[in-house]
Design a protein around this ligand. Sequence first.
Ligand SMILES: Nc1ncnc2c1ncn2[C@@H]1O[C@H](COP(=O)(O)OP(=O)(O)OP(=O)(O)O)[C@@H](O)[C@H]1O
Ligand SMILES: [Mg+2]
Length: 228
Amino acid sequence: MDKLELTDAKELTNQEKEVYRTLRTNLEFTGVENRVIAVTSCGPDEGKSTVSYNLGRTLASAGKTTLYIDADMRKSILANRHQIQGIEKGLSHYLSGQADMTEVVYSTNKKNFFMLPCGLFPVNPTELLGNGRLDKLLEGLKKTFDYIIIDTPPLGSVIDAAVVAKRCDGSVLVLEADRTPKSMAKSVKEQLQAANPNIVGVVLNKVDTHKGSYYGKKYGSYYGKYYK
Ligand SMILES: Nc1ncnc2c1ncn2[C@@H]1O[C@H](COP(=O)(O)OP(=O)(O)OP(=O)(O)O)[C@@H](O)[C@H]1O
Ligand SMILES: [Mg+2]
């Protein structure tokens, strides 16, 4: 297995670490059957990649062997954001039959944290995700990893996240505070539930802490609500 060196874009503050620990604990308490989790949102830039990566890292630092899959095969920023060099192959290579599982999973310099990057951007990401190879991949990976966290594109724009969520144990919806209209959030939630009824949590992200709102004061930038 090849190894990737990751550099975190920025160190989490103690408050952010605490919030991610709460997310991790809440996820764990939804039940041991929820180990493969898709993370999506309504629109772009709401924080899917940030939340999924940090949740993955937090699970790993608690001793859970965790795989982060970058399934945003349209505009992944993973390699740039974490200054990763040396990615040869990724999800698109596996899904298109150009690589096997062992070639696309990388260990990292972070203990218990593994990565499956997106690979070259394909022309047909939705079709690749739905071609049956993803089921096989996740089935195999589940035997090795305690948790698999999958970053996806926004469901309000493309259906990739629904195709992925269908093959997961559950999903997490990230909502940017004061941005997504209620009607859109509701419609995306319904779309997600149609693919997989098990939405294990909603993360309200980018809460303006200076507003002095209840969430801001009490929980800082993130507020995670998990339910079953
Ligand atoms: N809680 C937060 N507070 C402040 N900035 C944040 C927060 N979460 C994410 N960001 C910033 O918002 C931007 C978008 O975040 P991110 O890339 O995680 O979103 P995304 O939903 O994955 O976007 P895309 O739809 O392009 O994949 C980044 O610059 C990130 O650093
Ligand atoms: Mg993203």
